[in-house]
Design a protein around this ligand. Structure first.
Ligand code: FES
Length: 113
C-alpha cells in the first residue's frame, strides 16, 4: 500500500525531511535523505541502540556538511546510503530502511499490507 509523504517540489529546499504517516499498521515516523547523486532514501526515525528519535529539530537529520545522518542526542553518525552507524554508541548497527517510490513527482511510502 502506498502513502503520500511529500512532493519533490516541497523537498527541493531540504537535504533531509522528517515525516509521520498514518498507515494501516500505525503511524510510521521516518525521514527522507537526499544523497550526493540526488537519490532519495528513507529510514525510520529511531536509533538502533536506544530507539530514540534522531532529530531535535524538524527536518534536521544531517551533520553540518550534509554528508552523514546524525543522532542529535549522542552525535552518532550514520552513512546516508546505507544507514550504517560509523561512529558513536551504535557503531556497526544500522538504521531501519523504509521503502519509497517516486511517482508523478510525489514520494510515496510503500508498506506491505
Ligand atoms: S539514540 Fe543511539 S546514538 Fe543517540
Amino acid at each position: 500500500m502506498l502513502y503520500p509523504v511529500s512532493t519533490l517540489d516541497e523537498l527541493a529546499e531540504y537535504s533531509s525531511f522528517g515525516f509521520e504517516v498514518q498507515t494501516e499498521q500505525g503511524i510510521v515516523d521516518g525521514f527522507l535523505v537526499k544523497t550526493a547523486t540526488d537519490q532519495y532514501l528513507a529510514y525510520k526515525n529511531h536509533c538502533p541502540h536506544q530507539h530514540l528519535p534522531l532529530n531535535w529539530n524538524p527536518h534536521q537529520f544531517l551533520d553540518k556538511n550534509n554528508e552523514l545522518i546524525v543522532c542529535a542526542m549522542h552525535l552518532a553518525l550514520f552513512e546516508l546510503e546505507t544507514g550504517q552507524c560509523v561512529a558513536g554508541p551504535c557503531t556497526g548497527k544500522s538504521l531501519t530502511p523504509l521503502s519509497i517510490e517516486i511517482r508523478d513527482r510525489v514520494v510515496w511510502l510503500s508498506i506491505e499490507s
